[in-house]
Design a binder for this molecule. Structure first.
Ligand code: MN
Length: 230
């Protein structure tokens, strides 16, 4: 094995329900606008779009939830509650009917977004990275292992801020379903075991303030608590 000239960056991982061992995280992929009502609230026509993707780096992961500092450069941090897929294995050009075989488990995550920086990037036709990437921009619950689609077939997905419901939807509202997302993503990028895929958010995204307590939940998958500090 190669020796390094400096210490390598620390690996990131997620706890797994019922297991002592953690899930090692490779790449973090995200799907844009995958619920019709959220696409409409952002000013887009949900009928005409193929899925599109962006990424977050490993340091964005807030593993299992906890506290994060309100990020720099923004006055408008937004919450987006999302189903997260964890892959046990990868590949390229995966077929829709084979996609389920790649799944290790599911989790609930929040795609935190500096909405003002994202809006500016859209306006200037620049990349979204500054809007989507910062330390702890991707809080994620522990993983519920299992590749069955049953738990996610018709599951409620919600996010509360300080106990007040802000987002409430159902996974059956996803425009692109889990196997279709994996298949399409694998046409674009070489998927690997360890990859996480944030699958888009239902309507009701909105601002998060310092001092807020976020509680994200997906029925039969899990829940995630995040507090925002100064
Ligand atoms: Mn999102």
């Amino acid at each position: 094995m190669a020796e390094f000239v400096i210490d390598p960056a620390a690996a990131v991982s997620l706890p797994v329900t019922g297991r002592d061992r953690h899930f090692p995280v490779a790449q973090i992929y995200c799907v844009g606008r995958n619920y019709a009502d959220h696409a409409i609230e952002m000013g887009h026509n949900p009928d005409r779009e193929a899925p599109f993707f962006f990424m977050k780096p490993g340091y964005a992961l807030l593993s299992g939830g906890g506290s994060l500092r309100y990020p720099s450069m923004t006055q408008d941090l937004h919450h987006e509650v999302e189903l997260v897929i964890a892959l046990a294995s990868g590949g390229e050009d995966i077929k829709v009917k084979e996609a389920q075989n790649l799944i290790y488990g599911f989790a609930v995550g929040i795609d935190l977004t500096r909405r003002d920086l994202q809006a500016q990037a859209k306006k200037l036709r620049r990349p979204w990275d500054a809007g989507k990437t910062f330390l702890h921009a991707a809080p994620c619950s522990e993983l519920t292992p299992g590749s069955s689609m049953k738990p996610i077939h018709q599951a409620g997905i919600s996010l509360r801020v300080n106990g007040e419901i802000r987002q409430s939807g159902n996974l059956d509202q996803m425009i692109w379903k889990v196997p279709e997302i994996i298949a399409r993503l694998s046409e674009c990028f070489p998927l690997r075991g360890g990859d996480l895929i944030f699958t888009g958010t239902p309507a009701g995204v909105g601002p998060v303030q310092v001092g807020d307590e976020l509680h994200a939940e997906i029925d039969s998958i899990g829940s995630l608590r995040v507090s925002v500090e100064k």
